[in-house]
Design a protein around this ligand. Structure first.
Ligand code: HXC
Length: 472
């Protein structure tokens, strides 16, 4: 069941901490009978409060007031809390449930969106911005969330579309219902617009609270440090049997990530989209880390367009907000195919290179098995700028698999000779220093924590520039 806008804010924030602003603001439109439709607050509730004792700013659209449509007055209220959040270095959370620009106000309301968008962009990378979509969101009400860091949607309750089913029918003659066009499942699994799919308002708001717990309030701070309640040098015996020695047998990369996290808890982001790459937060020795991991269970972990977009955006979020990155790598390469090439895997794949190379936070790589070709280089390799690279004894770093390579190079050799060459090929690259250490899987947690501790005070900056020109 949908909560009211006020109930949503109260559920989101620590009890009794909400301070409302601009409670008595009304819209200023006198056209189309609007002079008789003034409501105190005009359909947006805004202000600030706390999550786990930390200040956050918040605004919530009230769909019961003219479909949560955005008036110029509403836009001013939102812009005010955006300005305060930026000035005071606190996250801002938008609870959206809005039919977009208020049609009766025309350009006045459209301009309101421009004010909000500009502030979204200025705040990007300075304070975390989170958007919950808790009902139908159309037009401009989709673009502000799209400019923020994380979007959460509710199954069979929320939709996002630039134009709704009626306009789609009129323009393209396609018959589509709201849910298929822009429902939570569509945006979490197909378009990649949304990062979390939840079952209710309450679950969405609790997920936001949890997310806030992993991230700092602004780009000048570190993420909150939690008390260390899990042994730092816990030996993870279960990791010894996760990676199959046969490179063709898949496994779930989350079985590597989960055991190494504090309390074995991994907070996955966008689990339904581009399943060939896994992203999310965990804590190690109480501190937040961002994991970016190839998933051999899906498309053999190959990098495709969606995986590249998903990973690059997450890497950049972590870099903006001082969150160290751990790449867990088992990748056979970029996904071949006409569809991939024609849709721009070159342009999209370049985003991962760009994001890893540009990131100045501590960067650690763990190669569990395959690290082949261009995909090896882009997945946080040593020369892209990783601080520490670990590999399991099962790792193979090469332009291609050792077997494939030796089958070409030693085509005429006996099987015994070839087997020996395959071993040599595997070993050779460990000697070149591209890997810092070959570790036993059971020591992964300790080794990663040691590397994170070693690089905690890393101080690196890129050449001064206005901004780079990332491939988009
Ligand atoms: C004024 C609006 C409104 C709007 C909804 N309402 N959207 N009033 N401006 N944008 C009103 C409805 O008239 C209705 O009023 C009440 O809100 C509830 O709406 P319903 O249609 O009954 O609800 P529902 O069936 O759930 O459909 C929700 C909806 C639909 C899918 C959001 O209302 C819709 O399509 N709205 C218009 C969307 C849109 O085109 N917005 C303009 C976008 S332009 P009553 O009085 O009957 O209860 C834009 C440009 C920004 O945003 C561009 C930025 C780049």
């Amino acid at each position: 069941m949908k909560l009211t806008a006020r109930e949503r804010i109260e559920t989101l924030l620590d009890r009794g901490t909400f301070v409302e602003m601009d409670k008595h603001v009304v819209h200023r439109c006198n056209d189309f009978g609007m002079e008789n439709k003034r409501v105190e607050g005009d359909g947006v509730i805004s202000g600030y409060g706390k999550i786990d004792g930390r200040i956050v700013f918040v605004y919530a659209f009230d769909f019961a007031v003219l479909g949560g449509s955005l008036s110029a007055a509403n836009a001013q209220k939102i812009a005010k809390v955006q300005d305060l959040a930026l000035k005071n270095g606190a996250p801002i959370i938008g609870l959206n449930d809005s039919g977009g620009a208020r049609i009766q106000e025309g350009v006045e309301s459209l301009t309101g969106f421009a004010h909000i968008f500009r502030r979204n962009v200025m705040a990007s990378g300075v304070i975390p911005q989170i958007s919950a979509i808790l009902g139908p969101c159309a037009g401009g009400s989709c673009y502000s969330p799209a400019l923020t860091d994380f979007i959460l949607m509710v199954k069979e309750q929320s939709q996002m579309f630039v134009t709704g089913p009626n306009v789609v029918k009129a323009v393209t003659n396609e018959d589509v219902d709201k849910e298929t066009l822009g429902g939570a499942m569509t945006h979490n699994s197909v378009s990649g617009v949304s990062h979390f799919i939840c079952n209710s308002d309450e679950e969405t708001l609790m997920t936001i609270r949890e997310l806030i717990g992993f991230i700092p309030s602004n780009n000048m701070e570190d993420a909150p440090v939690h008390p260390v309640t899990d042994e730092v040098n816990r030996i993870c015996h279960e990791l010894d049997n996760v990676v199959p020695s046969d490179p063709n047998i898949p496994y779930d990369i989350r079985n590597i990530i989960e055991p190494v996290c504090d309390q074995q808890y991994f907070f996955e982001i966008q689990p339904e989209f581009a399943k060939n790459i896994v992203i999310g937060f965990g804590r190690m020795a109480g501190r937040t880390v961002g994991f970016v991991a190839n998933q051999p269970n899906f498309l053999a972990g190959a990098l495709d367009i969606d995986a590249s977009d998903k990973a690059a955006r997450f890497i950049r979020f972590c870099d903006c907000f001082n969150i160290p990155l751990i790449a867990v790598e088992d990748v056979p390469g970029f996904l071949p195919g006409v569809q991939q090439e024609h849709n721009g895997i070159i342009r999209h794949g370049a985003k991962i290179v760009y994001a890893f190379a540009e990131a100045t936070v501590p960067k650690i790589t763990l190669i569990t098995r395959k690290a082949y070709g261009g995909a090896y280089i882009v997945m946080n390799s040593k020369c892209i700028g990783a601080d520490v690279n670990f590999a399991y004894p099962t790792a193979e770093i090469a332009v291609m698999g050792a077997e494939g390579a030796c089958n070409i190079l030693y085509r005429k050799a006996t099987p015994e000779e070839r087997a020996q060459k395959i071993e040599e090929y595997r070993e050779k690259f460990a000697k070149l220093g591209y890997i810092d250490e070959i570790i036993s899987p059971c020591d992964t947690r300790l080794r990663l924590i040691q590397a994170l501790e070693m690089s905690r005070n890393k101080n690196q900056s890129n050449p001064p520039k206005k901004h780079g020109n990332m491939p988009l």
